[in-house]
Design a binder for this molecule. Structure first.
Ligand code: NAI
Length: 335
């Protein structure tokens, strides 16, 4: 057997424990040479240690470099900052990749969708530069830099070349935010010139939302800013069957965090009905990242086989299987 590799695991909260349990079971069934080093973050960590992100989290990430993370809830409009955004910023996880593909026989709103979204992950309005000017006025600063833009757009084009993709679509609102989005678009077009073999187009984000709903088949690789990428990837998840199906990789120069695109789903937490597919697909991407491509492909194939039978759907897809029963099916389908 290959040398064991230790992976940092943050189960997260809400449905996090249920879906990470599914990944652990599948990893065992795959006999992947993986050892989990588990730590807690978020509200659970505040309750246990007083810290939102305890030092132990940084220690395991610093030593293992590769992380599987469940969703972590963030209070809305008040309270602590997002653990997710903090980790992306701390480790400079500049490249967020979200593949949106129709799987098996899922009752998707749109078919033949196979889009890879590249989202800048460290700046824009998510940089957290906010100021309370008065009780009735607050400002958020949108940060766009040449360096971060070049990095994400280059990653998108490099991916397109390496994966025989034909087109990269640049999404901004540069007609209104002429300086910030204008810079993103200008730099993106400069980078695009270095890849004459790849078709490039540019679409404004509001039009893009409509085009994605009506004719997503026009798109191949999309590259965009932090906020637009966050919103458009949820929209596209809706097109292909829901949030339970879309994984995300957060890549930096040194550290990589793999997670589902969805959040902690407090409305269904603890009921054993969450769909673990998104996190299982994130785990497949993690397996690719650490050189276990054969296991990654076995897992993706098993998911496709299971999702090709409508009797195997979890509740979010209109079926009745629990998280555990669905995971049993995935394990049985591993070849
Ligand atoms: P959400 O993604 O948790 O849920 C939206 C809807 O999708 C809910 O109806 C939920 O039941 C459903 N859903 C999501 N994942 C599912 C799954 N695997 N199986 C079946 N149904 C699923 O978004 P929401 O409610 O806006 O956020 C909840 C919390 O999660 C918030 O505190 C938010 O800050 C946090 N969050 C964390 C993220 C992360 O850790 N990366 C990402 C997004 C949100």
């Amino acid at each position: 057997m290959a040398n064991k590799q230790t992976i940092a695991l943050i189960p997260g909260d809400g449905i996090g424990k249920e879906i990470t349990q599914a990944v652990k079971r599948v990893a065992r069934a795959l006999e992947s040479p993986i050892v989990w080093d588990e730590v807690i973050a978020g509200q659970e960590a505040i309750d246990a240690t007083g810290d939102l992100i305890p030092q132990s989290v940084y220690d395991v990430i610093d030593s293992h470099k590769v992380v599987l993370k469940g969703p972590i809830a963030t209070p809305i409009g008040e309270g602590f900052r997002s653990v997710n955004v903090s980790l992306r910023k701390h480790y400079q996880l500049h490249t967020n990749i979200r593949p949106i593909r129709v799987l098996g026989k899922i009752p998707a709103l749109q078919h033949d969708v196979d889009i890879i979204l590249f989202r800048e992950n460290t700046e824009d309005l998510y940089a957290g530069v906010e100021k309370q000017v008065s009780a009735d006025e607050a400002h958020s600063i949108k940060i766009i830099t040449r360096k971060a833009t070049e990095r994400i757009v280059t990653a998108a084009f490099d991916y397109a070349v390496a994966n025989q993709r034909k087109k990269v679509t640049i999404v901004t609102k540069a007609n209104i935010m002429k300086l910030s989005d204008g810079l993103f678009l200008k730099v993106a077009k400069e980078v695009a010139k270095k890849y004459p073999q790849i078709e490039t187009d540019e679409v404004l984000v509001d039009n893009m939302a409509m085009q994605l709903v009506m004719r997503p088949q026009q798109y191949d690789v999309i590259v965009t800013e932090n906020l637009y990428g966050d919103i458009l990837s949820d929209l596209m998840a809706g097109l292909i069957g829901g949030l339970g199906l879309v994984p995300g990789a957060n890549l930096g120069d040194d550290v990589a965090i793999f997670e589902a695109v969805h959040g902690s789903a407090p409305d269904i937490a603890g009921q054993g009905i969450a769909n673990p597919t998104a996190l299982l697909l994130a785990f497949a991407d993690l397996l690719d990242h650490i050189g276990l491509q054969v296991d990654a492909e076995r897992l993706r194939q098993a998911l496709n086989i299971v999702l090709s039978d409508v009797n195997n759907f979890t509740r979010d897809l209109g079926g009745h299987l629990s998280t555990e029963a669905y995971t049993d099916k995935v394990i049985q389908a591993l070849i």
